[in-house]
Design a protein around this ligand. Structure first.
Ligand SMILES: Nc1ncnc2c1ncn2[C@@H]1O[C@H](COP(=O)(O)OP(=O)(O)OP(=O)(O)O)[C@@H](O)[C@H]1O
Ligand SMILES: O=P(O)(O)OC[C@H]1O[C@H](OP(=O)(O)OP(=O)(O)O)[C@H](O)[C@@H]1O
Length: 215
C-alpha cells in the first residue's frame, strides 16, 4: 500500500531529508526541489510533501498524510488526534521564559503580560505556576515585544541563545525541551501498519546510529 509523508519545511527539512536518505529512501526529488511541493520516492511507493509545521498536524489528523515529521513545540500547541511514535532527536531547542533583567517577572505584583507565538504552552506553564497572566499572541520576532513594552516577559524557543542575548533578555526558566517527532494518523497505523512501522523502524535505527556517533 502506498504511503504519504508530510515533512515540515524550513529548519527541520534538511536534517529530516538527510535521515531518510541515509535509510535508503529515494529522496533525490526532495533534494533538487525547485518550487514543487509533492515529491515521489524513487525506491518505495511513497510520496512526500512539504508543509508548514501547523499544517503537518492537520494533514496527518485528516489522514491525507499517513506520517508527519514536526517539532514538539507545534505538537504541544496544536491538535492531539494522532499517535506520536518517535523522537528523531533533531531540531533540538527548548521553550524558555525570558524577560529584560530589570523585570522581576516571578515576583511582580499586579497585571503580568506574556508575549508568545505559543499561547497554549505559555498558558499551561503559568497555570502550573499558579500565576494569573495575560497572554498576548505574537507571530514572530517575539523578543521585540518586551523591549517595546508590549509585555513583561516572553515564552519562546531558544536554540543558541543568540537572539535573546543580542536583545538584552535573560532566561528565567526552561519550560521543556523540544525536538522533531514522527506522528502517525490513527487509521493509517491500523490499516497500513506494516508500511508505517517500516518507516518508523528505519528512522529509529538512524536515531540510534546518530546517538552512537555523537558519543
Ligand atoms: N532556533 C529555532 N527557532 C525556531 N524553531 C526551531 C529552532 N531550532 C529548531 N527549531 C524547530 O524547527 C521547527 C521549524 O521552525 P521554522 O522556523 O523553520 O518554522 P516555523 O516555526 O513554522 O516558523 P516560520 O513561521 O518562520 O516558518 C520548529 O517548530 C522547531 O521545532
Ligand atoms: O536561540 P537562537 O539560536 O537565537 O534561536 C531562537 C530564535 O529563533 C526563532 O525565531 P525565528 O528565527 O524562527 O524567527 P521568528 O521570531 O520570526 O519566528 C525563535 O523564535 C527565536 O527568536
Amino acid at each position: 500500500m502506498s504511503l504519504s509523508i508530510a515533512l515540515t519545511k524550513g529548519r527541520l527539512e534538511k536534517q529530516t531529508v538527510g535521515m531518510l536518505e541515509e535509510c535508503g529512501y529515494g529522496i533525490e526529488s526532495l533534494k533538487n526541489k525547485g518550487r514543487a511541493l509533492v515529491f515521489p520516492d524513487s525506491v518505495y511507493d511513497i510520496q512526500y510533501f512539504l508543509v508548514k509545521s501547523n499544517d503537518c498536524i492537520t494533514y496527518v489528523e485528516h489522514g491525507v498524510a499517513d506520517i508527519g515529521v514536526v517539532g514538539k513545540d507545534t505538537l504541544l500547541e496544536g491538535g492531539k488526534d494522532y499517535y506520536e511514535m518517535l523522537d528523531l532527536e533533531i531540531g533540538k531547542c527548548k521553550f524558555i521564559v525570558a524577560s529584560l533583567p530589570e523585570i522581576h517577572l516571578f515576583s511582580k505584583v499586579g497585571h503580568i503580560k506574556i508575549g508568545t507565538k505559543y499561547p497554549e504552552v505559555a498558558k499551561n506553564y503559568f497555570l502550573k505556576k499558579g500565576m494569573d497572566v495575560e497572554i498576548i499572541k505574537i507571530d514572530g520576532s517575539v523578543e521585540l515585544a518586551p523591549i517595546l513594552g508590549l509585555c513583561d516577559g516572553i515564552v519562546d524557543i531558544m536554540e543558541t541563545g543568540t537572539t535573546l542575548k543580542e536583545n538584552g533578555l535573560v532566561v528565567l526558566d526552561t519550560v521543556c525541551d523540544i525536538s522533531a517527532r514522527v506522528i502517525v494518523n490513527k487509521a493509517s497505523y491500523k490499516l497500513k501498519k506494516e508500511e508505517v512501522m517500516k518507516v518508523i523502524s528505519d528512522l529509529e535505527s538512524m536515531v540510534k546510529k546518530n546517538a552512537l556517533s555523537d558519543q
